[in-house]
Design a binder for this molecule. Sequence first.
Ligand code: DP6
Length: 394
Amino acid sequence: MKVVTCTAPVNIAVIKYWGKRNEELILPINSSLSVTLHQDQLKTTTSIAASRDFAEDRIWLNGKEENIQHPRLQTCLREVRRLARKRRNDAEEDTVSRILNYKVHICSVNNFPTAAGLASSAAGYACLVYTLAKLYSVEGELSEIARQGSGSACRSMYGGFVQWVMGEMEDGRDSLAQQVEAETHWPELRILVLVASAEKKHVGSTSGMQTSVQTSPLLKFRAESVVPERMKDMIEAIKKKDFEAFGQLTMKDSNQFHATCLDTYPPIFYLNRVSQEIISLVHRYNAHYGRTKVAYSFDAGPNAVIFTLEPTVDEFVELVTCCFPPESNGDPFLKGLPVNPTSLSQDLLSAAGSDQCPGGVRYIIVTQPGPGPSQSQDLSLDLLGSDGLPKRSA
Ligand code: DP6
């Protein structure tokens, strides 16, 4: 039996992907750009075993066996195996040919609660494709395959700042992720994930964007006339480490994405009252200082992702804690990188307003840009036991 274990990161788009021109191949209607989050705080771990004793391909996600026949899963399996046959290198040939005929057992877990509503499909598919590639010793470009698992997954194949170039070809060969800058490029950048109390299940990205493509004239305008320029401006802001430009573009793009959701018919609402309170808090904070010190972004749910620079973290976290007093349920309110308690000036408190929303934010994860997927050499991290079945904790 051969077992390989790898980890892959979550990414947050600052220029959003919303809408496909080809559903089957997952080809987008516009390019997008994201920041890869550090795996110390958020990651997926996947172990894949291949053995001649396995009777069928099987998969376990977060402790539960799932249907391996899922079409997107099958596409990833088929495509990595196809590449392995094509790119087989001589030295490995024997082992690879042999295990290509074996069935696989796949076991995958997240180090963050799925219930938090943090997009896990990107890290999940990136990790699946990366781990399969390691199992079959496939080198080189893999984002084209990860993209066919979940669009946003292609961006989780790299660390740092990553663009997904929409491409033009019909077969999707040029619809790939590319690293814009490495995770070390902007060391002061920090990311706070504000996990909002979710009330209900939201419309999934796949079906939501389908309805948007069919009904929203604003989405068409955005893809054709807004995003191309924004991509250039965003790349320039990142290269120059210009937080003012980066933050403003990030907020405007998140707002336009949610405007296209409202322009969808019937409309889709991802932001709730807490999200709106956070948006207004960020604008008040920036107005108080007369410049953009913090920026927000929201995906297909109410959680806020805040971008800021290291010197601002302590104060802004204190302010969020003050406006959304934690309702203690035993869990820590702050997770991830350390934050120091600080006192807030009276001026800032009055600028922020007196509204309080207890329990509106469940907890905050403090993180930073991080690296792409990697293979683990530590055998004790394997999620599959010597019998090829998930270990108890997996
Ligand atoms: C709002 O990648 O989850 O997070 O390609 O159908 O799997 P599928 O959709 P998915 O959509 C992500 C949408 C988004 C924006 C983004 O990440 O760019």
